[in-house]
Design a protein around this ligand. Structure first.
Ligand code: AMP
Length: 394
């Protein structure tokens, strides 16, 4: 059984092809195109690459195409992407303007090019379906809530991967199995040991921090939209809701212009005035740029605030996990986030930390009560596994 997972950006197409014929599954191929102007051609080129590499004879060799879909009105989990689901995604375009429209366009093109091949989406909100309501609600009037204004949470595939993999690495196959089966049984799989408490830090172009108990999320830093939580690369992160009407009245800007600035000119880019990329910001900070240094400090302070929140809610933590572009590669930011937490049992090993880049590793010191881990994320694998499970459902 071969499942293609397609990652659709507004001008990019990336993919991974998995083969589930044997256990464990195998990654057969990965690739992608940037600066795509003709999406239909990009999809055909992707299929041609898979053919010429000998992985498929034709599109119909694919058991399914899976997508890491973001958010839809009234729909979550892993579902077939029929017209009703696409309409539900369209209804929430305003919450994910950078993500939903390219996905909807791309999915329609896939369905034209591969008629008969099932298309399924694993929504990024899925991992938070079972989080306590108290952690997912805003104190808005009822009619706002009825419009869907609540915390939804994102990066679900990544945090689910971390929940599974960290449990395996910590010698808790029972919790790994519970995490794997979460969308099948809603957390009914029992665990056989003490509670396993993980705080997973997905730090990248967009960042979120999630607390998990026994493989299931209890809450996350992203709320109604992926524009919330930690400062993002050029998106704002958390902001007092009254900032927007105040800014509009003060400047006479349109709501569209305010939204554009918050999505394109905010975050690390807005704070640093340098770049939306951590590498450039770090270089500028090292050269004495005070705004770049401030951007790093705000990012670190926000990460620590969310880690602290879940540390309290979980009544401790067994492992703190770093993943995604920044979490996997930026030792200096991991060190800043973990600084002066020894009284909480969190002690980094500076040498192990400095030596770890984009690889699985334990980077805490031997005396640290809490394990500090780096785990490269694998969101596409989570999507492919859920798609397979959904296809095999009776
Ligand atoms: P992501 O969205 O997960 O690809 O992460 C993007 C962010 O991670 C950017 O701010 C980059 O500066 C940082 N990043 C990604 N890859 C690397 C790398 N190889 N070395 C250092 N930083 C990286």
């Amino acid at each position: 059984m071969k499942i293609l997972v397609a990652n659709l950006g507004s001008t990019s197409l990336k993919w991974r092809l998995f083969d589930f014929s044997n256990s464990p599954e195998r990654l057969l191929h990965k690739g992608g195109y940037e600066r795509v102007s003709d999406y239909s051609k990009a999809i055909r080129d992707c299929l041609a690459e898979l053919q010429s590499a000998g992985h498929i004879h034709s599109g119909s060799d694919l058991a399914a195409v899976g997508f890491k879909t973001v958010i839809a009105q009234g729909v979550s989990g892993c579902v077939r992407l029929d017209e009703s689901v696409l309409a539900a995604m369209e209804a929430f375009n305003g919450l994910a303007p950078a993500h939903n429209p390219p996905y909807i366009t791309g999915i329609r093109l896939f369905s034209q090019i591969l008629p008969g091949v099932p298309l399924l989406g694993l929504f990024e909100t899925a991992f938070y379906q079972f989080a306590p309501e108290a952690n997912m609600r805003y104190a808005v009037p009822e009619n706002w809530y009825q419009l869907g204004i609540r915390r939804w949470g994102f990066h679900g595939a990544s945090h689910k991967f971390i929940a599974e993999r960290s449990a395996e690495l910590l010698g808790r196959p029972d919790v790994a199995e519970r995490a794997r089966r979460l969308y099948v049984d809603g957390g009914a799989t029992p665990v056989s040991g003490p509670p396993l408490r993980i705080i997973s830090c997905h730090l990248g172009g967009s960042s979120s921090i999630t607390g998990t108990l026994n493989g299931a999320a209890i809450g996350t830093s992203m709320g109604l939209t992926p524009q919330s939580g930690l400062p993002q690369n050029n998106r704002v992160g958390d902001l007092d809701s009254f900032a927007v009407p105040y800014f509009l009245r003060q400047t006479g800007a349109t709501i569209d212009e305010a939204e554009r600035q918050l999505c394109k000119e905010g975050g690390l880019k807005g704070l640093s005035g340098v770049s939306n990329d951590m590498r450039d910001i770090q270089t500028a900070a090292d050269q004495g740029n005070a705004k770049a240094k401030l951007a790093l400090d705000v990012f670190v302070a926000s990460a620590r605030q969310w880690i602290g929140s879940y540390l309290l809610q979980l009544n401790s933590v067994d492992a703190l996990v770093f993943t995604a572009g920044i979490g996997e590669n930026r030792a200096e930011l991991r060190a800043a986030i973990c600084a002066s937490l020894d009284q909480l049992g969190i002690i980094l090993d500076p040498d192990k930390n400095a030596a770890t880049r984009a690889t699985e590793a334990v980077i805490s010191s031997a005396s640290s009560r809490v394990k500090i881990l780096v785990i490269p994320t694998n969101e596409e694998l989570v999507v492919a596994r859920e798609v397979k499970r959904q296809l095999e459902r009776p």
